[in-house]
Design a protein around this ligand. Sequence first.
Ligand code: PSU
Ligand code: MN
Length: 303
Amino acid sequence: MNQYLDISPEVKTALDAGKPVVALESTIISHGMPYPKNVETALLVEQTIRENGAVPATIAVIGGRLKAGLSREEIEYLGRTGRGVAKASRRDLPALVARKADGATTVATTMIIAHMAGIGIFATGGIGGVHRGAEVTMDISADLEELAQTPVMVVCAGAKSILDLGLTLEYLETKGVPVIGYGTEELPAFYTRQSGFGVDYRVDSPEELAAMFRTQRALGYRGGMLVTNPIPAEYAMDKALIDAAIEQALCDAKAQGIHGKETTPFLLARVVELTGGDSLESNIRLVLNNAMVAAQTAKALCG
Ligand code: PSU
Ligand code: MN
């Protein structure tokens, strides 16, 4: 086992017994939602995974240790400290570990640590991708490179249109990452069920997701798989309303000169402010929905 990795006793017992485990990220806790909703949501996501027959492993860096499986206190700490905890993507791990610091893990880093721990499936809200204007800024999330090289299935609700969804799909195609629609032929756009872009394959059951992932492993591929699961219709947002908030958030980011790793957290927080919390409720619902599908798929993978 990696010398910097700590697997919680509950997660370790489950993994040793071949029981289903689902990884969860912590940037969504510290940088993706405001306190205390972030902590409530993180605990509710864990509960949803348990109710669907799997063990949750929330991932973070604490005191320089790579943690797979957090205590309630650790989740509370990450949520309360919020943006005071470093956002940890792939390039940040060496510094944080060497300095014995704390970090909230992005999709990329959660995949790295999940894979180290032997966890093959991970549920979250939305992934990072190719930003609008990336043909000039070159702002492309490290999440996409991680999907290209780390064998973890990521269950998300697509990506927010703070990104260029078309370019994000092109990038994933180039990198050989299968993009699966769960019960849909269209890429979901996080707050809404449709984006106007098609997915590579539609899959309608956890068993079929498990079969595809198993086959990807058996083929000897090194990369992962992206499962996009649309937000339940009753929680989807009005497209015009959310598009207007995103446009405004993008304008504000430009006006304030936001760049680099601050871009995504800034846009996420600004959209929540502009929509008066409606988008936060949708965000919570879609994460719970992804946790359910991931837990069911983790069970199918063990069966
Ligand atoms: N998109 C969301 N919610 C999030 C994130 C993205 O809708 O919480 C977080 C995830 O942790 C993701 C990270 O991995 O932002 C991407 O950041 P960046 O674009 O800087 O790579
Ligand atoms: Mn970026």
